[in-house]
Design a protein. Structure first.
Length: 181
């Protein structure tokens, strides 16, 4: 048939010609649209913030920081539907790793993060960071407890120093947590 090529035809150098790449990746486009919708709703919610918490005591409107984060998330999400084009040029298939089932460690990570985050009002910001830094590496298979312990103590301490000590950001102490001023 003239003008049509079968999938088994080869180019002059012996390679099978690659299929044309779609402009938008269908799955990533749906995910990006869901992220945009969620960010839009959350942005709308930030417009309803009434009072300024102690966290924003330097004449910054209470919704500004969350709005900036939501805008950055939207900007990053805007590239998702096009990422497959860049990876395809490098010879990588974005869908190759997506064909298998979601690994159990993914569900475990989600459950642990939800549980630890839900406990934040009890433990406070700092102890919640310590819990996340201790529990997640163990769930991911790290067995060198001395590394986990050092990471779980030093990383949250460094974050607390930068945010509380230098930037003056208030960390919610929770019911049993630590307070930094």
């Amino acid at each position: 048939m003239l003008g049509q090529s079968s999938s088994t035809e080869r180019e002059a150098d012996g390679r099978i010609p690659a299929a044309p790449v779609r402009l938008l990746h269908p799955v990533d486009t749906v995910i990006a649209a869901m992220i945009f919708a969620l960010c839009g709703w959350l942005f709308y919610e930030t417009l309803n913030f009434d009072n300024v918490s102690a966290l924003f005591s330097q004449n910054i409107p209470p919704g500004l920081f969350p709005q900036i984060l939501l805008i950055v998330i939207c900007i990053l999400s805007a590239g998702m539907p096009f990422e497959h084009i860049l990876l395809n040029r490098k010879g990588k298939d974005i869908d190759k790793t997506r064909r298998g089932r979601v690994k159990p460690v993914t569900w475990i990570t989600m459950a642990l993060l939800l549980a630890v985050t839900a406990s934040a009002p009890i433990f406070g910001t700092f102890l919640t960071m310590v819990l996340v830094c201790a529990v997640l590496p163990l769930a991911w298979g790290e067995r060198r407890l001395h590394y986990v312990l050092v990471f779980a103590l030093l990383f949250p301490a460094a974050v607390a120093f930068v945010f509380s000590g230098i930037l003056g950001v208030y960390f919610e102490p929770g019911l049993v947590g630590l307070s930094f001023h």
